[in-house]
Design a protein around this ligand. Structure first.
Ligand code: PHE
Length: 454
């Protein structure tokens, strides 16, 4: 049963922190592109169904496991099933997934800091011949700038985590999340008022079911899980910090709702401007570092400073609150199971991640370490592949099986209803069915299909 430890001070702070984890690079550079590519409105409807029915089911189960046990990932599962300590390996898997993701995430987030600086200093608008692909290639394959940016980003993340749950993570999230909302709204207004913006809205929202392929369905499901930060034990750690009186279902709805709203707004901020400027849609680093600078450049010198700066700040803020949750998930997981000091553990983990990060950054295409290859893939490619691959799905599947088939139903209901004080009529009607059958089946299908498709 949960022991007392310092947690979030209010429901609002807790929701901001968890939404901060969920809202990350994925919302901005992947979600809108996936939507457009796989059928606009058709993909959006499916995404909403997946994120609320499957993603939120997983989110809620992680929050319950965390709050009920009072522990972060590695200890949580085993402490709820003391006779079967091997369940701790589910938490270990989650922490390994966090390490893989965060080391790559920090490198890319560092790039966004560099681009923020280049936007506000005006350097980005004076790139030779407007050849942004070459500019990005030269930057990402150099040594000093990417490594320096990685270190700055890692230190920022660490400083917040060292501040503690209330004065670090909660406080930072309560400031950064409203900033993020203002930035995305500002960009939406600019994008929507450009001549020709409607083509972008058509791309994003016009439902075309013929584009919704099987591959698209899998990509949409994967995005729904990644976007809610589930399958890595991060939400278990945050669950253990949730106030006891919080209505977990309501918090999970808020987190999922905020995450989805920002993803849709990011699409509205990006694609109308991309189409208005005659560029073709893309996703990932190609969109952010090659296509969007062309769009910002077309807005004139002040426009490119203001809107380019706002966009890269938006990315950096979204990345920072996600990175904070990943670092906290790792540090809390390790410090609890190894009985080490939380802050010292966070420092050691960050140093380790920086070393990994430097190896990853320098092995990007054309970089000094890009010659080191295994099976024709660089270190960067390997980390990118592994972090996006099966680990989170396996961890999510084991979590939902643990929750649905191994935890006592009464205990779950007790936690969700705050010992009977909150009504939970939905629990028996559909939630338990989703937990036991629908979510595991969806995860098995996506895992099998993913492995099959390799
Ligand atoms: N949800 C974040 C995003 O959309 C990524 C993330 C995954 C953050 C797992 C924390 C844990 O970018």
């Amino acid at each position: 049963m949960a022991e007392n430890k310092t947690g979030f001070s209010s429901s609002f702070g807790a929701i901001m922190a968890a939404a901060g984890s969920a809202i990350g690079l994925g919302n901005i550079w992947r979600f809108p592109y996936i939507c457009g590519k796989y059928g606009g409105g058709a993909a959006l409807i499916l995404y909403i169904a997946f994120v609320f029915l499957i993603g939120m089911t997983l989110l809620l189960s992680e929050l319950v496991i965390g709050r009920r046990s009072g522990h972060a990932a590695i200890q949580a599962y085993a402490s709820l099933k003391p006779k079967r300590p091997q369940w701790r390996y589910v938490g270990v898997l989650g922490v390994v997934a966090c390490v893989l993701i965060l080391s790559t995430y920090m490198v890319v987030s560092g790039w966004t800091l560099n681009y923020f600086w280049e936007s506000v200093s005006g350097a980005l608008s004076s790139v030779e011949d407007g050849d942004y692909a070459a500019h990005f290639g030269a930057f990402a394959s150099s040594v000093t700038a990417p490594v320096a940016c990685l270190i700055v980003f890692a230190v920022l993340t660490l400083v917040v985590v060292l501040g503690g749950v209330q004065s670090g993570i909660e406080k930072a999230s309560k400031i950064l999340m409203p900033v993020l909302l203002v930035l995305v709204l500002l960009l939406c207004v600019r994008s929507l008022t450009l001549p020709g913006a409607s083509k972008g809205l058509y791309y994003l929202f016009h439902p075309d079911f013929s584009l919704l392929t099987w591959e698209g369905v899998l990509a949409i499901l994967g995005q729904a899980l990644f976007s809610l930060s589930v399958g890595m034990g991060v939400m278990v750690a945050y669950g253990s910090y949730l106030p006891k009186g919080d209505n977990l279902f309501r918090s999970a709805m808020w987190i999922t709702g905020c995450d989805t709203a920002i993803a849709v707004l990011a699409g509205v901020a990006i694609f109308p401007a991309v189409f208005a400027c005659g560029q073709s849609p893309e996703g990932g680093p190609g969109l952010v570092f090659n296509v969007l600078p062309v769009v910002f450049n077309s807005l004139g010198s002040v426009g490119s400073v203001v809107f380019g700066g706002a966009f890269f700040l938006l990315l950096a803020v979204a990345a920072l609150t996600s990175a904070i949750s990943l670092l906290e998930g790792i540090a809390a997981g390790f410090s609890e199971s190894l009985h080490t000091d939380h802050k010292r553990t966070a420092v050691v983990v960050t140093v380790g991640l920086m070393v990994l990060g430097v190896l990853i950054a320098l092995s990007f295409e054309g970089g000094v370490l890009s010659g080191i290859r295994l099976a024709d893939m660089t270190i960067f490619d390997w980390f990118d592949k592994l972090s996006g691959a099966y680990l989170p799905s396996i961890c999510a599947l084991l979590t939902i099986l643990f929750f649905g088939w191994f935890m006592k139903k009464d205990d779950i209901e007790d936690e969700l209803s705050n010992h009977g004080t909150v009504r939970t009529p939905w629990f028996k009607v559909f939630y338990y069915f989703l937990v036991r059958f629908v979510a595991p089946l969806a995860l098995v299908v996506s895992l099998v299909a993913g492995i099959w498709g390799e």
